[in-house]
Write a protein that binds this ligand. Structure first.
Ligand code: FAD
Length: 371
């Protein structure tokens, strides 16, 4: 797309970030008739990828999932404990091509009239919108409402004084599988401090990765190499077959206290909505983005061309909480328990297997809350 850079840059809704949260927010707001600008510092939307691509099947209740983005269906998750025992749990879902997934969502918004500015970086926000850099120039964008969907290191969050501070650091390779698979694998070990290793199949390939709490980040590259070696020895993947490396931060501190202030809303990772135990964030990004876009469009309709009343945005927080709050709250309590085990802050669990069976989502104990 050729960008018209003559300005002036004015819009009803400025969406910062074209990941799942921003793309869904832009789609919902544009669908309801708002004048939407969606900007992303990435030159090619979705790339580089920093995601293993698993999405639970019920994502289809929230968005139209283009079948072309699906690389693998998975029926269950096989969990490997350090003592060699395994558990299989139904986790029907998809491994998607994340870049294609993001692009498809953005495309849906563009069809409804949203305008995309790729390769544009938000430098800072102000009460009228934002200041951005495109190539070597800076521009001002005026917006009635801003949706910050700019990921774990959100500049929007910084502007609001609401920032994500607890992270898992994750790194993965895309490697060739020996045999196709219809399930995913997750491995626990004391070596993967606070996190886990995974093998998520995607046709002939698989995303093979390790996530660990950020304070142990230096150990992570070696842990990933050991994990890959183990999978090669087990004849699951081909030696030396990595075609793509991805890495990134995963928020694990639970939702931020404040996700809406004045005329600004935060969605997805920027709002800390990633699951604090699994690190999964696509679904909650989509749900929160959808709610942010809907609330924005309704507030604009009420304002009838005038300034939006910030009170009309406040219900955004309740809307996403209604879908996500109880699960994320429970997960964050489990996260504290789990970190306490790894960091030897308590002796509630004798072994890692005990701790994971209590704290990880696929085990029965997880849902017996003891807050
Ligand atoms: C290695 C790894 C594996 C993962 N695997 C899974 C998984 O299997 N399943 C799952 O559900 N989740 C997974 N996650 C988490 C998931 O990727 C995120 O939760 C999800 O991407 C959040 O979507 P988002 O739209 O909120 O943010 P993002 O996808 O991070 O999108 C934010 C966008 O904002 C843009 N941006 C940031 N700052 C600026 C700026 N200043 N100006 C302009 N643009 C900006 C970025 O370029 C980016 O495109 C994984 C994460 C990692 C790191």
């Amino acid at each position: 797309m050729v960008m018209d850079m003559t300005g002036p840059f004015k819009c009803d809704v400025l969406v910062i970030g074209a990941g799942p949260a921003g793309a869904t927010a832009a789609l919902e707001a544009a669908r309801a008739g708002a004048d939407v600008m969606i900007i992303d510092r990435k030159h090619v939307i979705g790339e580089p990828i920093a995601c293993a691509g698993y999405i639970p099947a019920w994502i289809t209740q929230h968005i139209k999932l283009n079948k072309k983005c699906i690389e693998n269906k998975v029926a269950f998750m096989r969990t490997f404990m350090p003592d060699g025992s395994t558990d299989d749990t139904k986790t029907p879902g998809y491994i998607v091509d994340r870049a294609a997934f993001d692009r498809d969502l953005v495309r849906q918004g563009l069809k409804h009239g949203a305008k995309l500015y790729a390769g544009m970086t938000v430098l800072k926000l102000n009460e009228n919108g934002a200041e951005v850099r495109y190539k070597n120039d800076t521009y001002k964008i005026e917006s009635k409402i801003t949706i910050g969907a700019d990921g774990p290191k959100s500049v929007t969050g910084k502007y609001l004084g609401a920032r994500v501070t607890e992270f898992i650091i994750a790194k993965q390779y895309e490697m060739m599988l020996k045999e196709p698979m219809d399930y995913s694998e997750v491995y626990f070990s004391d070596d993967y401090t606070g996190g886990y290793a995974w093998l998520f199949p995607k046709g002939k390939y698989a995303n093979v990765g390790v996530g660990m709490i950020k304070s142990d980040a230096l150990k992570m590259p070696a842990r990933l190499e050991q994990f890959v070696e183990m999978l090669v020895e087990q004849n699951k993947i081909h030696h030396n077959s990595n075609i793509r490396t991805a890495e990134g931060l995963v928020p694990i501190g639970g939702p931020l206290q404040c996700t809406v202030k004045n005329n600004v809303m935060l969605a997805g990772d920027a709002a800390g909505l990633t699951h604090p135990i699994t690190g999964a964030g696509i679904l909650s990004a989509v749900i929160s983005g959808k709610e942010a876009g809907t609330v924005a469009a309704e507030a604009l309709a009420k304002a009838k061309g005038d300034k939006v009343n910030p009170d009309d945005l406040k219900r955004y927080e309740k809307e996403w909480q209604c879908f996500l709050s109880s699960d994320l709250e429970l997960a964050y309590n489990r996260r504290k328990l789990l970190n306490g085990y790894y960091l030897k802050e308590h002796d509630k669990f004798k072994t890692l297997a005990d701790a994971e069976r209590k704290c990880w989502v696929v085990f029965k104990g997880y849902y017996h809350d003891d807050k």
